[in-house]
Design a protein around this ligand. Sequence first.
Ligand code: GTP
Ligand code: MG
Ligand code: ZN
Length: 311
Amino acid sequence: MKGTVIKSTGSWYLVIDGEGRSWECRLRGKIRLDGLRSTNPVAVGDKVVFEQEPGKDTGVIKSIETRNNVIVRKSVNLSKASHIIASNVDLAVIVATIAQPRTSTGFIDRFMVTAEAYHIPVALVFNKCDLYTDDQIGEMAVLMEYYSGIGYTSFGVSAKTGFQIERLRALMQGKTCLFAGHSGVGKSALVNALDPTKDLRIGAISSVHNKGMHTTTFAEMHHLDFGAWIVDTPGIKEFALYDLEKETLAQRFPEMRDLMSECRFANCTHTHEPGCAVKTAVEEGLVADWRYNNYLRMYNNEDWSYGADDE
Ligand SMILES: Nc1nc2c(ncn2[C@@H]2O[C@H](COP(=O)(O)OP(=O)(O)OP(=O)(O)O)[C@@H](O)[C@H]2O)c(=O)[nH]1
Ligand SMILES: [Mg+2]
Ligand SMILES: [Zn+2]
C-alpha cells in the first residue's frame, strides 16, 4: 500500500492512505536514504510504501519514494547530521509577527536562503495584525513591500480576527504547505483559523519573556477543509543553514542574484571588492541595507551555526 506520513514521533509514524484512512506504522530494518545523513529516517510528508501487519490494523514501512525536496535543520548534537522537518513541500510559509514575539529579519532571511537552496517556494505572512500600533503597521508595510519586490508573496493576517485569512486560503489551495516560525507567533492558531473544524492546541505567550511556550512539539500534517495540507511545526529559535556554501550564498538572495553579473570581478564576494554592483545598489538604496547586513552576517558565519536548538 502507498501513503503519506502525516505524523512522526520517532518510534512510530502515522500514514494516511489514498482513501483517507490512517495507519500507525513502524519501521523495520534499514531504509536506504538519498545520501542525506539525518537523525530521522522518515519525515512528515514522505510518500511511503507500507504493508499491513498480518492480523493487525498497523503497518510496516518498507520504502520511501524519492523526495522532491526537504526542509532541513542542523541537528543540535551531531554536527554533520541533519533533522528533516518535512519533505515534499509545495510552499513554505514563514509566520512572522511584528509584536509578541517579534520576528527578526535575520530569521526570515535565513529561512528564505535555506528554502532557496532547496528550491522551495516561500511566502511570508505577518500574523497578529490586530495587535499592531500604527508604527508597527508602517514597519510591516516596509518589509512587505521589499519582500514582495524581490518575489516573495507577503501580507498581513490575523488568526484572531480572521483578517486576510481568505487570502491565505487562496494562496495555500491545492498545495502541501508548511508553517515555520518562532514559538508563539500563532502557527497553530492560523491552522484553526483557516479550517474552523480544527482544534489544535495553542499556547499563551509568556508574560515574563514575551515568548511562546513551545506548545507544538512534533511536526504534523493536517488536511484543511478547503483543499490543502498544512504541516504545523514546533517553534524554532533559529534556522541554522544546512550545507550552505559561501560561494553560492549571494545567489540565494534574488535581488543580489540579479546584480552579480555586473560586478567587476567574476568571483566577487560582495563583501569588500571595488566595483561591486551589489554594494553600489546598497548605497543607492536599491538593495536594503538590513538585507545586505544579513547577507554579511551569514557570509561571515556569524551566529548561523550555533542556534539550531530550540530554546
Ligand atoms: N492577538 C492575537 N493573538 C494571536 C493571534 N494568533 C495567535 N495568537 C495568540 O498567540 C499565542 C500563541 O499561538 P500559537 O498558535 O500556540 O503559536 P505557535 O506559533 O503555534 O507556537 P508553538 O506551537 O509554540 O510553536 C496564543 O495565545 C494565541 O492566542 C492573532 O492573530 N492575534
Ligand atoms: Mg503551535
Ligand atoms: Zn559584488
